[in-house]
Design a protein around this ligand. Structure first.
Ligand SMILES: Cc1cc2nc3c(=O)[nH]c(=O)nc-3n(C[C@H](O)[C@H](O)[C@H](O)COP(=O)(O)OP(=O)(O)OC[C@H]3O[C@@H](n4cnc5c(N)ncnc54)[C@H](O)[C@@H]3O)c2cc1C
Length: 361
């Protein structure tokens, strides 16, 4: 089968590029090896009626008016502002941690645990907070999440959180925050409406059967595309265990509770999905659904979630990126193709930029 633009992967990157090309009257086809579209942006209904996100909690947020208008083209969103707590010393504490908690715990004035230019994640975290706070909230969490000492991770990773100077409990301060009214799966299906899409097909095992006349856009793992010829890029993934409690209204007071202390078990967080429903829908549900996430090193590329944030993997990725540049009529992109964590709004913005470039070629 030949098509002008073959898009491998129906996640946000592939779907956004496909939509943009189709809107500009290009011949496009999407294939995905999973049995559903949308990549990691997917959800499902538990028999109780509770909607859960299949690949971990996805909170949509953006500051861009233009991007917000774009995503609302495919579904309306209801306002949802995530609140995240950490279970520390047998109490629910604010995450990211706030200065009031630091003052209460270590006294005033308090000093950060590191001064100077941070060389790694541990030093970058300590530059924000006292050592005692780092050890309670950050150290154990990051070691569970990445499976190595925090000092082995890149300092950049610490840019994903801060210390709050106010008592605003919202996890994120973005102007627009929400969840699609009919769920992520519907939102993604609407994005691909009218575009030929084939599921359950692994492109890498069917290269001859699916060919692009003008451009192949590959959004799967870049190392897998090249048969892991230079070695494997490292990822972390998660094992999720779900528990439905039929006789409990709510089991925890917040949608997401982090578990940073090692003595409280290996899981990194517990989600209670009912908190994420619109209040009028939540009222009609009996029972509640909890999901615990425990981080692992996945074997199958289909379970890759977080690219490993260290210099060695970055260097290996750069070698693969050089190979990709030499590949004729091929663009390798997206979170797996660029070996980079993108929030949903960032993935869409980048994909729209790439699609605009493709149209100019
Ligand atoms: C645990 C977790 C939580 C997250 N939470 C948030 C959040 O709260 N807010 C937020 O904004 N973002 C969040 N994200 C980020 C969000 O998931 C990404 O922005 C988004 O998934 C990127 O889309 P993508 O298309 O680049 O990749 P993907 O969604 O991974 O899509 C890639 C697709 O390619 C397909 N594919 C791969 N190889 C092949 C092949 N050989 N043949 C055919 N198909 C193939 C895969 O099956 C997949 O469907 C989270 C990510 C993770 C991992």
């Amino acid at each position: 089968m030949k098509v002008d633009y073959l898009i491998v992967g129906s996640g946000l990157t592939g779907s956004t590029i496909a939509r943009h090309l189709a809107d500009n009257n290009r011949e496009v086809m999407v294939i995905d090896r999973r049995p559903h579209g949308g990549g990691n942006v997917h959800d499902q209904l538990h028999p109780s009626g509770i909607r859960m996100h299949t690949y971990g909690p996805h909170y949509f947020r953006t500051n861009s008016d233009e991007l917000w208008t774009y995503v609302n083209r495919f579904s309306s969103f209801y306002r949802f502002e995530a609140r995240v707590k950490s279970w520390v010393d047998d109490a629910y504490e604010q995450w990211p941690v706030d200065e009031a908690y630091i003052r209460k715990s270590v006294g005033v004035p308090w000093k950060p645990g590191y001064e100077g230019v941070p060389r790694n994640f541990e030093e970058a975290s300590l530059a924000m907070m006292p050592k005692a706070i780092y050890e309670k909230f950050v150290k154990g969490y990051s070691e569970k999440q990445w499976g190595v000492a925090a000092s082995q991770l890149s300092a950049d990773l610490a840019k994903r959180f801060d210390v709050r100077s106010d008592d605003d409990p919202r996890f994120s301060r973005h102007k627009y925050q929400g969840l699609p009214t009919d769920g992520y799966a519907t939102w993604m299906a609407n994005m691909l409406e009218g575009i030929p899409t084939t599921l359950n097909v692994d492109y890498l095992k069917n290269r001859e059967a699916f060919q692009a006349r003008r451009l192949l856009v590959f959004t799967g793992p870049i190392d897998e595309f090249f048969g892991f010829s230079l070695g494997k890029l490292q990822y972390r993934g998660q094992v999720r265990s779900h528990k439905y409690l039929p006789n409990v209204d709510y089991a925890q007071p917040w949608p997401q509770v982090n578990n940073p202390q090692l003595h409280n078990g290996p899981h990194i967080r517990t989600l209670e999905w009912k908190h994420m429903l619109q209040p009028q829908n939540a009222k009609q549900i009996s029972g509640t659904l909890l999901t615990r996430e425990e981080t692992i090193t996945p074997r199958s590329p289909d379970h890759y979630e977080y690219p490993f944030p260290d210099a060695e993997n970055r260097a290996l990725f750069k070698k693969y990126a050089q190979l990709a540049e030499q590949e004729p009529n091929t663009l390798i992109c997206g979170r797996l193709g660029e070996y980079r964590y993108y929030d949903m709004d960032q993935a869409i913005s980048r994909a729209r930029m790439l699609a605009a470039k493709i149209l100019q070629q």
